[in-house]
Design a protein around this ligand. Structure first.
Ligand code: NDP
Length: 307
């Protein structure tokens, strides 16, 4: 069986940037990109904040460009899901169903997924007014009313950010208190453009087939339903890092994200590097994930030289 120098698991901005750098370093990386390749940008419409695209670019088109660039320098990419890994030994093994791939080094760039409410209407209007990234999509909602769902730091941060664009931001909180830190709580409660709806849950995202037109809400104290007309709903109810493959093997932080040595992409396992949203719960941007992918490829290349 052929042993690759490097296998990269994940095909979002982190994994594919790692592939570009590693292939230019002649490592001939194998990227196992997942059946649903491309990461979270595949669920986005227009990306206006990725440098180099002054007119903006559609998320899936951007990821296609990443793929072309990685292939140009010899990266091999397969779009299948990894079923399990054995990364403790010197030679790492990666299973895709019954097929086994081997490598000396591994970059894990499996990303994270935004938590969803689990409503059919939320999926129906995803990218048509429903989003999980205020930084990415906020500017599409100038002068209109929108909602942010959640009561943690992310929700307050996103709600505050969105007041730059929206005429009003409705913060939908399922309890009678915010989980966010005190300073963030004050920011939300004192903001003239933010209205907090306590004890409130989203029952349905309302729309005209093409875009969001409102929310059907339930007050879980009074059991009363109501409709709130607005143009968009941002989810900020947390993210789930995709760590299943290496749970119990690679160290995780308090929030469950994979841990690296400070200032690098090295992990507690020799020859295993981590990049992107599976490690980062703070910035979560395509450009920061890409930056970390670059770091992981350089770390892996240097590690392979001495291995
Ligand atoms: P959190 O897990 O802290 O908060 C999630 C929020 O979403 C909670 O209010 C929770 O409600 C609510 N929620 C969860 N599921 C649902 C649901 N199905 N329906 C409605 N509401 C729901 O996640 P965050 O992303 O806010 O923060 C993650 C970590 O990152 C935290 O440690 C946070 O402090 C940190 N962070 C720090 C920032 C900063 O310092 N500037 C900015 C952003 C994040 P409930 O309280 O009822 O469980």
């Amino acid at each position: 069986m052929k042993t690759h120098e490097l296998i990269i698991i994940g095909s979002g901005p982190a994994g594919l940037t790692a592939a570009i750098y590693a292939s230019r370093a002649n490592l001939k990386p194998l990227v196992i990109g997942g059946l649903k390749f491309g990461g979270q940008l595949m669920d986005t419409t227009e990306v206006e904040n990725f440098p180099g695209f002054p007119e903006g670019i559609m998320g899936p088109e951007l990821m296609q460009k990443f793929i072309e660039q990685a292939k140009r320098f010899g990266a091999e990419i397969i779009f299948k899901d990894v079923s399990k890994v054995d990364i403790k030994s010197e030679i790492k093994k990666v299973w895709v169903g019954d097929e086994v791939y081997q490598s000396k080094a591994i970059i894990l760039a499996t990303g994270a997924q935004p938590k969803k409410l689990g409503l059919d209407s939320e999926d129906k209007y995803w990218g048509k007014g429903v989003s999980s990234c205020a930084t990415c999509d906020g500017a599409f909602f100038r002068g209109v009313e929108i909602a942010v769902v959640g009561g943690g730091d992310s929700a307050v941060e996103e709600a505050t950010f969105l007041t730059r664009f929206a005429s009003k931001v409705h913060l939908i909180v399922r309890k009678d208190s915010l989980r966010a830190s005190k300073i963030m709580q004050d920011r939300a409660t004192n903001h003239e453009k933010i209205e907090i709806h306590w004890n409130t849950e989203v029952q349905e995202v309302l729309g005209d087939g093409n875009k969001v037109t409102g929310l059907k809400l339930l007050n879980n104290k009074t059991n009363k339903s109501s409709e709130l007309p607005l143009a968009g709903m941002f989810l900020a109810i947390g993210h789930i890092p995709n760590v299943k493959l290496v749970e119990g093997v690679i160290n995780q932080d308090d929030l469950g994200y994979l841990e690296t040595d400070s200032g690098s992409t090295y992990t507690n396992i020799d020859g295993v590097f981590v990049a992107g949203d599976v490690k980062d719960h703070k910035y979560r941007q395509a450009i920061t994930a890409a930056g970390m992918g670059c770091m992981a490829a350089i770390d892996a290349e240097r590690w392979l030289e001495t291995a």
